[in-house]
Design a binder for this molecule. Structure first.
Ligand SMILES: Cc1cc2nc3c(=O)[nH]c(=O)nc-3n(C[C@H](O)[C@H](O)[C@H](O)COP(=O)(O)O)c2cc1C
Length: 195
């Protein structure tokens, strides 16, 4: 059990060193009102059946809404969608309705999905598990769309990071270690954590 403030700060700082994708998990309420939150916890779990998981804070309404609806969608954000990530994390001052003014669409299951994504995953709820102060929500992917030409938005060390994914992964490697000339990140953008 982590008791001290210092231990908690150390832990969150260590977790912040784990680079992650940035996605917005969405569902709708009983009244068909969209709800959603930014997550860095998206993980692929299984190919057969096709499963993914997200860890959602138990203090949020979202895991309850997903359990009631039995469905959710994941919009995996692209590099240009930092504003969207902040908005759906509740970090944009003055925003009460996160979907207001956002050109969200509905997927074929009626789940909200966001523009400017690198992928959409439409999920049926598979299982939820106790994850301490979070719920581990596993979904079976029923349909998806993807935009491979778009660069992903990443999170690392409490900053936003974007890389040119094609330059980062497709280049030849010299000597086996490290990226070669074309393998080097061609663009890297570090942006300050919003205050
Ligand atoms: C980059 C980033 C990643 C996040 N990842 C998660 C996550 O995986 N799980 C989670 O519960 N909250 C995560 N959050 C925080 C939630 O987005 C935030 O607490 C939530 O939107 C607050 O919603 P509420 O105002 O309805 O409580 C993340 C925030 C950011 C900025």
């Amino acid at each position: 059990m982590l008791c001290t403030r210092l231990a908690r700060e150390e832990l969150t700082a260590a977790f912040a060193q784990v680079a992650s994708s940035v996605s917005v998990v969405t569902t709708v309420t009983d009244d068909d009102v969209p709800v959603g939150a930014t997550v860095g916890s998206l993980t692929s779990v299984s190919l057969d059946p096709p499963l993914v998981l997200v860890c959602l804070s138990s203090t949020m309404f979202l895991p309850t809404a997903i359990a009631r609806r039995g469905r959710f969608a994941v919009s995996v954000l692209s590099a240009g969608e930092r504003d969207m990530a902040e908005r759906f994390a509740g970090l944009t001052p003055g925003v009460r309705d996160r979907f207001e003014g956002v050109a969200a669409r509905r997927d074929r299951s009626g789940m909200p999905v966001l523009p400017g994504s690198v992928a959409w995953l439409g999920c049926e709820l598979w299982a939820t598990y106790d994850g301490g102060d979070h719920r581990i929500v596993v979904g079976q992917v029923g349909h998806l769309r993807r935009w491979p030409g778009r660069d992903p938005l990443l999170r690392h060390d409490r900053g936003w990071v974007s890389v040119d994914s094609r330059a980062a992964h497709n280049g030849p490697r010299e000597g086996g270690d490290g990226p070669g000339p074309r393998g080097r990140r061609s663009r890297q953008m570090w942006l300050a954590w919003p205050t």
